[in-house]
Ligand binder design. Structure first.
Ligand SMILES: Nc1nc2c(c(=O)[nH]1)N[C@H]1C(S)=C(S)[C@@H](COP(=O)(O)OP(=O)(O)OC[C@H]3O[C@@H](n4cnc5c(N)ncnc54)[C@H](O)[C@@H]3O)O[C@H]1N2
Ligand code: MOO
Ligand SMILES: [Mg+2]
Length: 654
């Protein structure tokens, strides 16, 4: 993404003498960084000296990357307040209405705003804004200009495409609401404000639509399946053991050791008698005249020469032709197909290509992660009473990594239509997939769908009949794809696994059946669970007991409660509530998508089970007459019999 540099100039005699006193400059910098993900900031502190101020402003105006300069201080009535006077001669155009907007908003906060004489104007390609010198004032003034800046800069640099997008947004805005535009809202309290225009698609239909639109890297499969090995593996007869290479026509008994052959040595051409051998290492080439290896364990050292090298050994077993020798091309012969069948795993592809000498790795889709929300703080920043930490960015980045994909870029966007539109547009120049969280539901600050529409993306769907994840949105424009995961952390987690992961695997060339997580059947341990109106994907821990899989949900399943992914081995697919069925019970079997497979470490053996059958199945389950999370009773001894005979097979479906 192209980055914009802001100049922040603090103008104050006292801050110049004691820079630690400057609070408005640093505050401005953090406001800028929070609002503009890619912003660079240059900053300086100067005394109230017209020439010095002008020289610094001129220096920044002449830099092509500095697009906005905000000064703070020196705008008042005191004799040394000269910031507007220093600024004015540098401006090509004054922007009176912007000064007016700032004044108007500031006057609402304090009538003392009338004592600021700050100017706004354009110098070359740079917007210059004079803010007053207090921290409070810079917060108020920045709030006014923040939303205007992206469009103002597009206009100054004559960026036709973005100007057009913002104009369209503004036109809808005047009809819709004075603050922003949202395609499903009229702002007039109409039905569309209250009811989403997007039909709720079944999960499988939504996945089908995604996979129909995402372009699969089909050449990969074709190229790999046609690939013939250019080399033999091994290219020479290789020893399988550390031992002694000899002629099989010889005999057991003592042999003279002619030398040692290590891996990497050339093929030894020396003629070999039947009572002679070479010491040899695993992976080393057999001497030209040898045809077998006797491992060192089956030999005895008889003698060393004066240099301490082995000179005579006793071979304790009869050598036979080909013993512990890997023939040329045994693992793969030149001309053989490198891949016996298609396997999209990068581990498989990259290692086999390397083995035949091809230095190439699996191409991967270019992916960016975005978190949206003006409430988000980056982890590591000090906590604030009105903000929350952004967990989705870290979660999605870790998920991509876990599944072997890379994240090219990561950004946090504030809830603002024009900056969202501009940032997305730029981001799609660099990547093919954007996995975004938040801003897809019904709120008047949910700008994702309108931003995609301004960018002429096709919104394939905007809701899915599932819990969590209802507002999941998928959009595309030629070969660029947007995945709008809902902001609630668990909704983002579930929709990543069910939609974004299959899509990127598909794009990477995986076969359809492999794209979704594998599905197994699990037997429910919770005594009883209420069904939701939507099919639900509940997080559950799995224990393997006597070869069968038992799932217990990870406590409160509200989609904001990230703790529900702790020890979540599977997503159990619960059906939607119906008139006939409102609850499900312990012992019922449901399909479940495998999120991770370390639940296999929860394995309980048959003997352990037998030992415990009197009280309960396992130590954990003894106490599990009460679910540790929900307090519900979790197990019914009467159902043991049926659980024992269940065979839990593998399906591949979502
Ligand atoms: N009137 C309606 N309101 C809502 C509906 C609906 O159908 N009608 N759907 C609800 C459902 S279901 C979900 S899920 C959420 C999805 O909301 P958005 O995708 O618009 O996300 P936000 O509103 O931006 O945020 C929701 C929630 O998540 C928190 N959040 C957002 N991003 C992050 C992050 N990166 N890290 C941690 N937490 C994050 C955010 O603060 C909100 O609390 O909408 C319901 N509303
Ligand atoms: O569908 Mo939302 O994702 O329930 O929380
Ligand atoms: Mg929302």
């Amino acid at each position: 993404m192209e980055s914009i540099t802001f100049g922040v100039l603090t103008i104050s005699d006292s801050c110049y003498q004691e820079p630690a006193k400057d609070s408005s400059g640093p505050r401005l910098m953090s406001l800028i960084r929070a609002a503009f993900t890619n912003a660079q900031v240059v900053a300086s502190v100067l005394p109230d000296e017209r020439d010095l101020i002008q020289r610094e402003l001129r220096k920044w105006i002449d830099r092509s990357d500095v697009r906005v300069i905000i000064t703070t201080g020196g705008t008042g009535f005191a004799p040394r307040d000269v910031t507007p006077e220093a600024t004015k001669p540098l401006l090509d155009k004054e922007c009176m209405q912007m000064s007016f907007a700032i004044a108007l908003a500031s006057l609402k906060k304090t009538k003392f705003a009338a004592l600021s004489r700050g100017l706004c104007g354009i110098a070359g390609n740079t917007l210059v804004l004079n803010f007053p010198g207090s921290e409070r004032a810079v917060v108020d003034c920045f709030e006014v200009v923040q939303e205007l800046l992206p469009h103002a800069l597009s206009l100054i640099s004559d960026n036709v495409k973005l100007v057009q997008a913002t104009h369209e947004a503004m036109q809808t805005e005047t009809v819709a609401s004075p603050r922003h535009v949202c395609p499903h809202k009229t702002g007039a309290g109409d039905a569309n404000d209250r009811n989403s225009p997007y039909p709720m698609l079944p999960v499988l239909e939504a996945l089908d639509i995604i996979l129909q639109h995402v372009q699969r890297h089909t050449q990969l499969e074709q190229q790999l399946m046609n690939l013939q090995s250019p080399v033999h593996i091994p290219p020479f007869r290789a020893s399988i053991k550390d031992g002694y290479a000899m002629k099989s026509t010889g005999f057991a008994g003592s042999k003279r050791v002619l030398g040692c052959i290590a891996a990497g040595d050339g093929i030894e051409p020396h003629p070999l008698q039947e009572d002679e051998c070479f010491k040899i290492n695993t992976g080393a080439p057999l001497p030209e005249h040898a045809d077998c290896v006797v491992q060192v364990e089956d030999t005895k050292l008889l003698q060393r020469d004066k240099y301490g090298e082995e000179s005579l050994v006793e071979i304790l077993v009869e050598p036979t032709a080909g013993l512990d020798v890997r023939a040329i091309g045994h693992d793969m012969a030149a001309g053989d197909k490198v891949f016996p069948q298609f396997d999209a795993s990068p581990v498989v592809i990259n290692s086999l290509l390397a083995a035949v000498g091809i230095q190439q790795s699996v191409p991967k889709p270019k992916i960016a992660i975005i978190s949206t929300g003006s409430e988000l703080l980056a982890p590591g920043q000090p906590a604030q009473p009105d903000k929350i930490f952004d967990s989705n960015s870290s979660m999605l980045a870790a998920l991509l990594q876990q599944f072997g994909f890379d994240c090219e870029q990561q950004h946090v966007l504030v809830d603002d239509l024009s900056s969202t539109t501009i940032n997305l547009d730029k981001l799609f120049d660099a990547v093919d997939f954007v996995i975004c969280s938040g801003g897809v539901s019904m709120g008047d600050k949910d700008f994702i769908k309108p931003a995609l529409q301004h960018l002429q993306f096709k919104l394939h769907f905007g809701r899915v009949n599932m819990k969590p994840g209802k507002p999941f949105t998928f959009a595309s424009k030629s070969d660029k794809y947007f995945f709008g995961l809902p902001g609630n952390p668990v909704s983002a987690f579930v929709t990543f696994h069910l939609f974004a992961l299959p899509a990127i695997r598909w794009a990477a060339g995986w076969q359809r059946a492999q794209c979704s997580l594998p599905v197994v059947n699990v037997s429910l341990l919770n005594e009883s669970l209420e069904l939701d109106a939507r099919p639900e994907y509940v997080r559950a821990s799995v224990t393997s007991i006597n070869g069968e899989l038992y799932a217990i949900v990870t406590g409160d399943q509200i989609s904001s409660r990230l703790k529900s992914i702790v020890r979540a081995d599977v997503l159990v697919h619960l059906p939607a509530r119906s008139a006939a069925r409102t609850t499900v019970r312990a012992g019922e079997i449901f399909p479940a998508s495998i999120l991770r497979n370390d639940f296999i470490s929860n394995y309980k053996s048959a003997s352990e089970v037998a030992k415990n059958t009197k009280s309960a199945f396992t130590p954990e389950l003894q106490g599990a007459s009460e679910c540790p999370f929900t307090g519900q009773k979790t197990f019914k001894t009467e159902s043991f019999g049926s659980i024992f005979v269940l065979f839990l097979g593998w399906n591949r479906q979502i």
